[in-house]
Design a protein around this ligand. Structure first.
Ligand SMILES: [Cu+2]
Length: 491
């Protein structure tokens, strides 16, 4: 397949359909070329709303990048913003100098600068890419989905890539980071808070009092001004057109920098098949998908009758109800879509325990290193987030030799869940809150539960040597210290 085909399909829309079989596609040795340019962008997710943002190639989220497993990718990156940037390939196992962490694996790409990334995207699955230069590029809009097609996957009749993302108030982001930023700033000209629009929205079946706030854990450390799917807020979101009989695959990314989402498709159960792009040993059917910051899930449903249904992020907050899109069959375009009440009470909600099943003990065969990690900080009025009481760069590091098998055990002493992410490796979640998983989940980011919660991973030190970051993917917590690294020792 020629480069132009990929570039065109990437730029046109985030909605994707099943690709032709591998035999009809490029040879595995082919290189797919992309160019990505980061630049200032006025983001307008709905009529009358405009936010000063950054974007890749004038799209927020950035263009969908897609290759077949086995192909190489070459991405010519140009920075036309006024801050340092870089591009991290989240979930990829790749040479360390292609990992895209400014100041660690490469120099920052300065305003006006360029960088050429080239690697073989691996492993297959739903991955993503985002800024990693520590100057809030991701928060301001520099992110997109990257699909590495697995030729062994079951074919879908229809497939949709869905990026759930949000517009934070940058003033609130800077206020939340007051420990490290020099001064709070106001939102730049061009940012418009559009509360009236939200207040005027009414969703079918929604009762504000229904929401179980305690179970939703909607963090309020950052204020959000708009909530979107693939660059638009409901009702401006793109409709997902399906037909009766379709088996539909959704690839869902939570690109919110701080908040977990609960996602439901009215009238349907979702069959979750992949966590962070990696196949589950056994698919899990749920009513509601819980998806933490930076996580991805592949979820399927079958269309059994004509209709129109809302796929939505559940919340009592009317603004969050903008994060919805209509799924409908032909002829139902003007029908009022069926919605879901905001409560998750009594519903079957995705969890790591349900996905993995509960076992009797963690299989620790071959473990050569045990690393306990205490996640702390975040006390009221403080913006210090820590590992073992220390903030990056003073946090304890994990020094490994190639061939080590490392058991990392987190204990979370704070009152927020932390989405802990490891670069350049796929780990296996082997236990959560003291319960061993019968079928460990292959992931690259996992939510460590709040208030004394525990979670353990095992990863094998068999990636290319180098420095691989391990950090909370809540952008505020990462920048305020909750970060360390895995270092490969050469002797
Ligand atoms: Cu965190």
């Amino acid at each position: 397949m020629k480069r132009s085909t990929f570039v065109r399909s990437a730029a046109s829309a985030m909605v994707v359909t099943a690709l032709p079989p591998l035999s009809k596609r490029a040879l595995a040795s082919d290189v797919v070329d992309y160019s990505l340019t980061a630049a200032p962008f006025t983001f307008s997710p709905s009529a009358g709303a405009a936010f000063a943002s950054l974007a890749f190639d004038g799209h927020l989220p950035g263009p969908l990048l897609r290759v077949t497993h086995g192909q190489r990718v070459r991405v010519a990156f140009t920075n036309k913003t006024d801050v340092n940037t870089s591009v991290h390939w989240h979930g990829m196992i790749l040479p360390n100098d292609m990992d895209g962490v400014a100041g660690i694996t490469q120099p920052p790409v300065k305003p006006g600068g360029t960088f050429l990334y080239e690697f073989a995207p691996n492993p297959p699955g739903t991955r993503w890419y985002h800024d990693h230069a520590g100057q809030l590029g991701t928060v301001r809009g520099l992110f997109g989905m990257f699909i590495v097609d697995d030729p062994h996957d079951a074919p879908a009749d229809r497939e949709f890539a869905l990026v759930f993302h949000d517009v934070p108030s940058m003033a609130s982001v800077h206020a939340a980071m007051r420990g490290t930023s020099s001064a709070p700033m106001v939102d730049p000209p061009g940012s418009v808070e559009n509360a009236e629009m939200a207040a005027s929205m009414s969703m079918p079946g929604m009762k504000m009092s229904d929401m179980d706030m305690s179970s939703m854990k909607m963090g309020d450390e950052v204020a959000y001004l708009a909530h979107c799917i693939n660059g638009a807020s409901y009702p401006a979101t793109q409709r997902l057109q399906v037909k009766v009989g379709d088996r539909v695959r959704l690839r869902i990314l939570n690109a919110n920098p701080t908040q977990t989402r609960y996602i439901r498709l009215a009238g349907h159960r979702l069959r979750v098949t992949h966590s962070d792009g990696n196949p589950l040993e056994r698919p899990l059917e749920v009513d509601v998908l819980r998806i933490g910051v930076a996580e991805r899930y592949d979820a399927w449903f079958e269309v059994t009758k004509p209709g129109a249904w809302l796929l939505q992020g559940l919340s009592v907050d009317p603004l969050v109800y903008q994060q919805a899109c209509v799924v409908s069959t032909p002829g139902m375009e003007s029908a009022a879509p069926m919605g879901s009440p905001p409560s998750i009470e009594g519903l079957d909600v995705f969890s790591y325990e349900k996905a993995g099943g509960t076992g009797t003990a963690v299989d620790e065969r071959g473990v050569t290193m045990r690393v306990p990690m205490l996640l702390g900080g975040g006390k009221y009025g403080s913006s210090m987030w820590s590992i073992d009481g220390k903030q990056w760069p003073n946090t304890p590091k994990i020094d490994v030799h190639r061939g080590d098998r490392v058991l990392v055990s987190f204990t979370n002493k704070t009152d927020m869940d932390h989405p802990m992410h490891l670069h350049g490796h796929t780990f296996r979640v082997v236990s959560i809150d003291g319960k061993p998983l019968a079928r460990p989940l292959a992931k690259d980011v996992s939510l460590v539960p709040a208030n004394g919660g525990t979670l353990s991973w095992i990863f094998d030190a068999d990636s290319p040597p180098g420095r691989w970051l391990l950090h909370c993917h809540n952008e505020i917590h990462m920048m305020d210290g909750m970060m360390t690294e895995v270092r490969y020792l050469t002797s």
